[in-house]
Design a binder for this molecule. Structure first.
Ligand code: NA7
Length: 559
């Protein structure tokens, strides 16, 4: 075994989101000395940073949380079917209170580098103030979508009004801030789609700057619906199940937790929604239409995930479902020019991560809301007064950047990770990530990634609970067996990376630029599509990782 200098901690964890909180808890259960270093001022990760008005779950609240603790399931009550950010942040704090995790966490600490110390057999982390921390093991809980990016448009810094990136939203800015203001939103991803209807309610004017339109799935919450929308479209909508969850209703949900867990652990993406085996070609056009009408009115991801199996792999099938959704957009948006611009032309429905909306399309029927199509009139620059496109100058009091993230590998790029022989993770992954099980990388001993690249995503807390559980079991095994060193082998990495690439073949989504395929046009080095995620079923992912654990990690180098 490698001779060890005594490091400060057994385990360092980067990030106090769901991964970091659970990792902290598990490490303490094993009896290890752990420290969680978090850049933000408190816990929550995604739910700490993304506090913009309208931020909420896209999947059912009671499928989203932790399932490891019966106490949490017994004691926490979700108040809405799709909970807002504030409630989720409170939930994470509740978990930390429950297990008294706070004492092993340090906030306002942005890790800048993590260097493996070969001589000492430990990790050395350095934060923004130059403070150092050492540990035997390192767990990254740095998220998939945590490195926000501003547009690479000249003049972003010149704007004199208020400007916010949605993922760096200040605590004291709420919807009141929009009242009477001329607001611009850049970006129509899942985030833009959530904030746009909120701004539309009170802003004097809202200008939406859209580059690539998105296929957006309806997530219609009549109870919270404050837009005075009437007419045939509204009446067609089957009232959905988002509403406050009443006390009795929640007790029924609570009793059903074992069944909910069984269900989400059996589906491909760990959501309540299941893929269906029905072939689109066995249905008549009328049957298809009736099925889609029904599904379109369902809450959550159903329309996307529980659709005909061909829609994500066969261009002809995808064109049919895309036509259906395009028709819905035309029905819901009154102005034909705006409706047409909101319909994606270059890729089909469901091939990017489908944002869920609450009256997004109806927002464009308000007199104070206007769409600017950047594909025909691109932004030339931002100046102190607002946004200048090739056609006009839009004067603004506030710019909201809903421009997304340097996703998946972006959080890893932001920290100088160095492994054996000072090898940089950035260099190792230059052509795309190379991992073993999505949890480890060659040359990076004793380092484990929760929701790293090449893991199964979907319902993220389910992925996190599994990954952190696997990591904890592994560390416990090493600890109990006096093993100081674990490193992924070349062969394991090659096989896993090939496997992940094979699974991605034939998926139309891998032929489209989006954060899922690792493309961010604002970031140098992120212009090319990569295979960044494991696209098989979550249960297959778990089965393979479980096999490695059962074989006492013998596919790793151990010392
Ligand atoms: P997304 O989905 O990556 O969306 C970012 C949006 O910002 C998208 O519409 C981009 O257009 C737009 N964007 C980015 N840069 C520019 C520039 N320079 N000019 C104009 N428009 C720009 O990020 P989100 O935060 O909405 O969602 C991320 C995930 O979080 C989401 O999928 C959920 O899983 C949770 P583009 O498409 O690049 O033309």
């Amino acid at each position: 075994a490698v001779k060890l200098q005594q490091p400060d901690y057994d385990v360092l964890v980067i990030g106090a989101g769901l991964s970091g909180c659970y990792a902290c808890h598990r490490m303490r259960e094993i009896g290890l000395k752990v420290k969680v270093l978090e850049a933000g001022g408190s816990v929550g990760g995604t739910w700490y940073w993304n506090r913009y008005p309208g931020a909420r779950f896209d999947c059912e609240s009671y499928t989203y949380g932790f399932f490891f603790s019966q106490e949490i399931l017994d004691e926490w009550t979700w108040s809405e079917h799709f909970a807002p950010q504030e409630e989720t942040e409170r939930y994470v704090r509740f978990v930390c209170d429950k297990y008294n995790l706070w004492e092993d966490m340090q906030f306002d600490t942005r890790v800048k580098s993590a260097h493996w110390q070969s001589n000492d057999g430990c990790w050395k982390l350095t934060d923004q103030d130059g403070r150092n921390y050492t540990s035997r093991f390192l767990i990254t809980g740095i998220g998939l979508l945590s490195e926000p990016t501003l547009p690479n448009i000249s003049g972003v810094q010149d704007f004199k009004g208020k400007a916010f990136h949605t993922s760096r939203w200040p605590k004291d800015v709420d919807v009141k801030e929009f009242e009477g203001k001329n607001v611009g939103v850049i970006g129509v991803g899942a985030t833009g789609i959530q904030i746009i209807p909120e701004v539309a309610k009170t802003a004097r004017s809202l200008t939406v700057f859209q580059r690539t339109p998105n296929w957006v799935n309806r997530n219609f919450f009549p109870v919270f619906h404050e837009h005075a929308v009437s007419g045939p479209n509204h009446q067609q909508a089957i009232p959905l199940h988002n509403s406050p969850i009443g006390k009795e209703e929640f007790e029924t949900i609570r009793k059903g937790y074992p069944e909910i867990l069984r269900k989400i652990d059996s589906t491909r993406l760990s959501f309540m929604h299941e893929g269906i085996d029905d072939s689109i070609w066995d249905a008549t056009p009328e049957e298809r239409e009736a099925f889609w009408e029904y599904m379109y009115a369902q809450p959550g991801f159903g329309f996307w995930i529980s659709n005909y199996k061909e829609t994500l792999v066969d261009k002809k099938a995808n064109a049919l479902v895309s036509d259906f959704v395009a028709k819905k957009i035309r029905q819901r948006v009154k102005d034909p020019w705006t409706a047409d611009k909101l319909i994606p032309k270059t890729y089909g429905f469901g091939l990017r991560r489908v944002p869920m909306e609450t009256c997004f399309y109806e927002a464009f029927n308000r007199p104070n809301v206007r769409l600017v199509d950047l594909l025909s009139t691109p932004i030339e620059r931002i100046d102190e007064y607002g946004v200048k496109t090739s056609q006009e100058e839009v004067k603004l009091d506030m710019i909201i950047y809903a421009t997304g993230f340097s996703a998946i590998t972006g959080a890893f790029d932001a920290i100088d990770f160095r492994g054996v022989n000072d090898i940089a993770l950035r260099d190792l992954w230059q052509e795309g990530p190379r991992t073993y099980l999505g949890i480890t990388a060659q040359h990076f001993p004793n380092m484990f990634m929760s929701i790293g690249p090449h893991q199964a995503y979907g319902n993220i807390p389910r992925s996190i609970e599994y990954a952190v559980g696997w990591i904890a079991n592994c560390i416990e095994y090493l600890h109990n067996n006096g093993i100081d060193y674990i490193e992924a082998k070349e062969q394991g990495v090659q096989e896993w990376t090939d496997h992940v690439h094979e699974l991605g073949q034939g998926l139309l989504s891998n032929e489209v630029d989006s954060w899922v395929t690792g493309v961010n046009k604002n970031v140098a080095g992120k212009q090319k599509r990569i295979i960044a995620r494991y696209s098989g079923a979550a249960s297959d992912f778990r089965r393979q990782c479980n096999m490695v654990a059962s074989a006492n990690y013998d596919t790793f180098s151990l010392a």
